[in-house]
Design a protein around this ligand. Structure first.
Ligand code: CP
Ligand code: NVA
Length: 305
């Protein structure tokens, strides 16, 4: 089978994503029942981190071990990557010693260059532009909690960042709508978001209007990794874009709240919301493990049933 990478959400077709979700359900079930499942025995995942992580590292490392394989952690600080080794050379070498690579880095261009020179599948563990593994977990969580996401409305409140861009890509694949509300100057850039059209999202100046009638309300930090110099300015610009109980009250009564985490209570989300009855953030975080195990299985073994 030709090498398949997961660099953008739409690198997998709807059919492939449905398959990955079906495998996620089975793999999660086996894991919960303490049944051993080792399809990736003797396979090695290399994880390259150029930015900090808790969930992504843990879910990939634990996931690979639970599938019978092993995972190796590299970071920019103590590998040659941080000392200017060309990404193309690193890709050649790393992919000759491993079976699959996960990368968290800055520009999407870096991971795309790596993938072009890799002999093995490459997975995007977050770039400045996209976070496809996160949205895989988020949509799986939505389906698990509420059923099909097709035709539903997701309200994205806050920064049009990597997680927002990936929601917008996913909306095209799964045919749902995204209501986006960002402060002026932080609007979606369709080309950077990797969008083909504008049919699946609408922009709202007023975050309350974006949240009205939504099936899911979601947000993320005001300042993403790599943009720390803008932190103080962003705190001022985003002050009216907090998801609070008033905002959740205008969404559907059974609306879910999601956040990829880490969260800042009192900034992008009120404590009453993230710790309240609409929130499924812990289920969402846990599902990173299960969907990524299914993704690893699919990229390495293809369809097995
Ligand atoms: N949501 C997410 O990717 O978390 P980490 O930054 O902890 O990996
Ligand atoms: N948008 C955030 C997501 C962190 C998981 C960031 O890029 O820092």
């Amino acid at each position: 089978m030709p090498i398949k990478h997961f660099l953008r959400f739409n690198d997998l077709t709807r059919d492939e994503l449905d398959y990955v979700f079906a495998r996620t359900r089975w793999i999660k079930n086996e894991f919960k029942a303490y049944r051993r499942y080792w399809p990736l025995a003797d396979r090695t995942l290399v994880m390259i981190f150029e930015k900090a992580s808790t969930r992504t590292r843990l879910s990939f490392e634990a996931g690979m071990q639970q599938l019978g394989g092993s995972a190796i952690y590299l970071n920019t600080r103590d590998s040659q990557l941080g000392r200017g080794e060309p990404v193309e050379d690193a890709a050649q070498v790393i992919s000759r010693m491993s079976d699959v690579v996960m990368i968290r880095t800055f520009e999407q261009e870096i991971i795309e260059r790596f993938a072009r020179h890799s002999r093995v599948p490459v997975i995007n563990g977050l770039t400045n532009e996209y976070h496809p593994c996160q949205i895989l977990a988020d949509i799986y969580t939505y389906i698990e909690q509420r059923g099909s996401i097709q035709g539903k409305t997701v309200a994205w409140i806050g920064d049009s960042n990597n997680v927002c861009n990936t929601w917008l890509q996913a909306a095209e694949v799964f045919d749902f709508n995204v209501h986006v509300s960002t402060p002026p100057g932080y609007e979606v850039e369709p080309e950077r978001a990797g969008l083909y059209g504008t049919d699946h999202y609408e922009e709202f100046a007023d975050p309350m209007r974006a949240a009205r009638g939504a099936d899911l309300v979601t947000t993320d930090v005001w300042t993403s990794m790599g943009f720390e110099a803008e932190n103080e300015e962003r705190k001022r610009d985003f002050a009216d874009w907090q998801v609070d109980t008033d905002m959740m009250a205008v969404a559907k009564p059974d609306a879910l709240f999601m956040h990829c985490l880490p969260a800042h209570r009192g900034e992008e989300v009120a404590a009453e919301v993230i710790d309240g009855p609409h929130s499924v953030v812990w289920e969402e975080a846990e599902n990173r493990l299960h969907v990524q195990k299914a993704l690893l299985e699919y990229l390495l073994l293809g369809r097995i049933e």
